[in-house]
Design a protein. Sequence first.
Length: 71
Amino acid sequence: MILNKIEVVSDYKHLQIREIKEDGGYHRRSITCDQTLAEDEHQEVKDKAGLEWTDSVKSAWTAFQLANQPE
């Protein structure tokens, strides 16, 4: 697939990725800062994650998840 777009959304810097499939359609996915990037991930996605996913963003995301766990 060909990387088409990377968008950074929310205070927690989630990456929304759009790729073009061989049939011309789109494949969309989101990645959060607590996920491990695949070794074969697009380099542009790795670069954007490295730039956006600071320690403070990661800490804020972890705190948000803990505060919103079901009881």
